[in-house]
Ligand binder design. Structure first.
Ligand code: AKB
Length: 324
């Protein structure tokens, strides 16, 4: 029976991934870890939780030994916008942290999930329908760490036969835990503001096209990839995946169908706009579809409807119950 370790379990992806993994494999089979305690009561009380810093290699191996871990979802990372303001910390956590996890996975013969990103592409990458195998010369520290991560995971697979697998995730939209420090965070913030104030000032241009995905699809993709038949995986460490493609303008049109009074305005943040401009407008995920059957469930309007319904429910809860 699998014992799964999740790093970064308090973050935007980790918090929902931990709950989904506990539902699938059993509460006691999933060890949630992070450098901070979760405020979310369900996450804290539904199974084992350990404070763990991925830069502390001895502590990683101790936790793995104690819990007899045989699969790792390594979600602890610094995102693109924060990575540009703190490049040193981004390298430390995103590359040295991953290296420590890879070494522990090799030692204890664990399978490993690594989240790469559309940020692993750069200005020289073909912008539209970006192929699976293409130029990767990112100009952000976040992108540099993601390419390094993809290569490290490939290396450990080829050299040590480690079962490493990964996805190039697009921007993720979720209601349970807010994102922090990303370039695509506007696509979450906009929903909170639409419900609270019927107005949102966006820091990206109205026509800035990026690939996106609703969190339930992303969580399912991570679990399905790790369960996929190994022999079918050609691009095991960095599958392009996407579910939808929109601009701030088209997202606002979708929100207006549910909240007709909603208005969007723009106050461009040059730093985050520069990052977004260096990423693809849209990516081709046919390798994921062909090699392990990837298929998203939520398109833009389905995501918008669900997001607004779920956020309204969450916002009407008493303060202490709002973290999920
Ligand atoms: C970010 O904006 O940094 C992330 C990503 C696309 O990797 N959401």
């Amino acid at each position: 029976m699998k014992k799964i370790l999740v790093t970064g379990a308090v973050g935007q992806i980790g918090s929902e991934l931990t709950v989904a993994l506990r539902k699938k494999y059993g509460d006691d089979k999933v060890i949630a870890t992070d450098i901070r305690m979760p405020s979310d009561i369900e996450l804290r009380n539904s199974g084992p939780f350990e404070i763990l810093d991925c830069l502390d290699s001895h502590h990683i191996t101790r936790v793995m030994q104690i819990h007899k871990v045989d699969r790792i979802y390594h979600m602890a990372a610094i995102l693109s916008a924060v990575g540009e303001s703190k490049p040193n910390q981004a390298w430390q956590l995103n590359v040295n942290g991953l290296y420590n996890i890879l070494e522990a996975a090799r030692q204890y013969q664990c399978s490993l999930f690594f989240p790469s990103s559309i940020g692993a592409f750069g200005p020289a990458t073909p912008k539209v329908n970006t192929p699976q195998d293409t130029i990767q010369r990112p100009e952000t520290m976040y992108g540099v760490t993601k390419v390094a991560g993809e290569l490290l995971c490939d290396y450990y697979h080829k050299r040590f036969n480690l079962d490493s697998r990964g996805l190039r995730l697009p921007g993720l939209i979720s209601y349970a835990t807010e994102p922090g420090g990303g370039t695509t965070d506007y696509a979450v913030e906009i929903f909170y503001e639409a419900i609270k104030h019927k107005q949102y000032t966006c820091y990206l241009r109205d026509d800035c096209s990026l690939d996106m995905m609703y969190m339930p699809d992303a969580i399912r993709a991570m679990i399905e990839l790790m369960e996929a038949e190994s022999s079918k995986l050609i691009h095991r460490n960095a599958f392009n995946i996407t579910a939808m493609n929109f601009t701030p303008s088209t997202l606002s049109e979708s929100i207006k169908k549910v909240i007709p009074e909603f208005e969007i305005s723009f106050n461009i943040d040059p730093a985050r706009q520069k990052i977004a401009d260096s990423w693809p407008d849209s990516i081709d995920d046919s390798s994921a579809r062909n090699e392990w059957g990837w298929k998203p469930k939520y398109d833009l309007d389905a995501m918008t409807n669900d997001m607004i319904a779920k956020l309204k429910g969450k916002m009407s809860l008493p303060e202490q119950q709002k973290s999920r």
